[in-house]
Design a protein around this ligand. Sequence first.
Ligand SMILES: Cc1cc2nc3c(=O)[nH]c(=O)nc-3n(C[C@H](O)[C@H](O)[C@H](O)COP(=O)(O)O)c2cc1C
Length: 270
Amino acid sequence: MQQNKKILVIMGSPRKGNTFRACEELRGFLEKELAVEFEYLWLKDANLQPCRGCLACFAQGEERCPNRDDAPRIEQKIHDADAVIFATPVYGMNVSGQMKTFIDRLSYVFHRPRFFDKKALLLTTAGILGNEDVLKYLDTVARVWGFEVAGTVGIVTAAPVPQYRIDENRNAIARAAGKLAAALLRGSRKSPGLMDVVLFHGQRAAFSQLEEVSPADYRYWKEKGWLDRGTKYFVDVPVNPLYNIIGVIVEWFSARGVKKDLALGPGETA
Ligand SMILES: Cc1cc2nc3c(=O)[nH]c(=O)nc-3n(C[C@H](O)[C@H](O)[C@H](O)COP(=O)(O)O)c2cc1C
């Protein structure tokens, strides 16, 4: 028998409002397609202290963060899930403060990505303006962290919401739910796109040379085998040969730039 798929909603809204209602509607559509276990992680209730900017997590490892808060517990919850829904209202043309604090606090994952076996769905709500930009931002975050982004949905909420808008919102949620359900039922990871492959090679150009400057990053990349010659991507999936060639070229040029910068002392010019 198929096990329930665990869906973790990382909720960036500070209230049970439009964003929560959209997630509940999404849950309804998902439940029609597969058995799911839905859990809300309310960032407003989490103990997440704002990043202090010391950079210790990047260079020395996340265990060196001076904040003693819920970040490790939240990371574990993500590992325990099959899919994560990043849900946030648009605030000032960006994610909510709660969501941004969460992203900052887990920023070491940008350097040391890890959620390759997880699907992500991105959901935003906005009065009128900003869904597109914020979804694009969340798409970058989720991809760089390793997720396969299965779908995105932006909901417009300015009252009074006319009937056609209610229908549009509902259809958009249904489509996104369908995409997430299909990705969960497929299970396996899709082949990476061009930008994913370029990202792998671009990061490799840097981290392969940062043994002294950023030892935690270097060690992580080395231990994963990502610095081995011929490795084409973070995980073993087919990579489009043309994307690979482009990635190798990007890596070559990027590595030259990094090498040049590392050879210069602080404030020195070439
Ligand atoms: C502080 C704040 C900033 C907001 N900024 C925007 C914005 O930039 N663009 C927009 O269209 N709506 C904006 N809104 C409206 C919310 O995005 C919208 O009402 C959203 O659906 C609220 O979600 P919630 O009910 O889950 O809190 C803002 C609302 C608040 C409270």
